[in-house]
Design a protein around this ligand. Structure first.
Ligand code: DXP
Ligand SMILES: NCC(=O)COP(=O)(O)O
Length: 239
């Protein structure tokens, strides 16, 4: 069974548009659980553009499925993750100018900063996942850094068309094989939606997909529980 992680960041984006109290990502997470979510993902960015520390506290106090805390290798945010001890810490690159995550971590170059964050999270008993581009060198570097899992960046796949799409799917398949051979759990995410998710769900060894924006977009129309249940039904076709 493929585990479905629901990212509630963009529920908070709508709330932050008016700096108010609704919609609440904590309530959305509870509805996502009712819809069949196996994990709740939330990204406490350094610029706090959506998820706030209050959301982290409330999610950690209420979510009954896996908690997947996304963060940059920033000491201040690593400290918050170590305080709340989510099931998993997903390290991602961040820049204030980006609209959304633009690429994976540089595991072949930024080893000391990534390694320090990994050590602190693991010392706090938190499983560590690294968000990386689907490159063999990055997968191998993630394994060398001691990651428990990798989340392959599916953004280029989601944007690709024609032959490029097949090429990106091939990159994901190859990187996934290397990750599994290295003993790391295989996750994928970014830009996945109801139309493009099936080929990624069909990848060998895939354990978890993290999906946010497309499900939140659907939830605006049909509600969070039903939007999640619709994605759950798709993934349940892949046993
Ligand atoms: C790494 C990734 O693709 C997402 O989990 C991340 O949260 C995207 O950032 P925003 O949620 O701010 O778009
Ligand atoms: N790590 C990917 C994630 O949590 C959701 O990304 P998206 O579906 O919002 O692009």
């Amino acid at each position: 069974m493929i585990h479905l992680g629901i990212n509630v960041d963009h529920i908070a984006t709508v709330r932050q548009a008016r700096r108010t109290y609704e919609p609440d990502p904590v309530i959305a997470a509870a509805l996502a659980e009712q819809g069949g979510a196996d994990a709740i993902t939330f990204h406490l960015r350094e610029d706090r553009r959506h998820i706030q520390e209050r959301d982290v506290e409330m999610l950690m106090r209420t979510v009954t499925v896996k908690t997947n805390f996304e963060l940059a290798c920033a000491p201040e945010v690593v400290a918050i993750a170590c305080q709340w001890k989510p099931d998993c810490g997903l390290l991602v690159p961040e820049s204030r100018e980006e609209v959304t995550t633009e690429g994976g971590l540089n595991c072949t170059g930024d080893t000391s900063r990534i390694g320090e964050a990994i050590t602190r999270l693991k010392d706090a008993g938190i499983s560590v996942s690294l968000f990386i581009d689907p490159d063999v060198a990055q997968v191998e570097a993630a394994a060398a850094l001691g990651a428990d899992s990798v989340e392959l960046h599916t953004g280029p796949y989601a944007l690709a068309k024609g032959a490029k799409l097949d090429e990106e799917l091939g990159r994901l398949a190859k990187a996934g094989d290397v990750a599994a051979s290295a003993g790391m759990q295989l996750h994928a995410g970014h830009g996945l939606n109801y139309q493009n998710v099936r080929p990624v769900a069909a990848l060998k060894n895939i354990h978890e997909l993290n999906i946010g924006h497309s499900i939140v977009s659907r939830a605006v129309m049909v509600g969070m529980r039903d939007a999640v249940a619709e994605m759950r039904r798709i993934l349940d076709l892949f046993v």
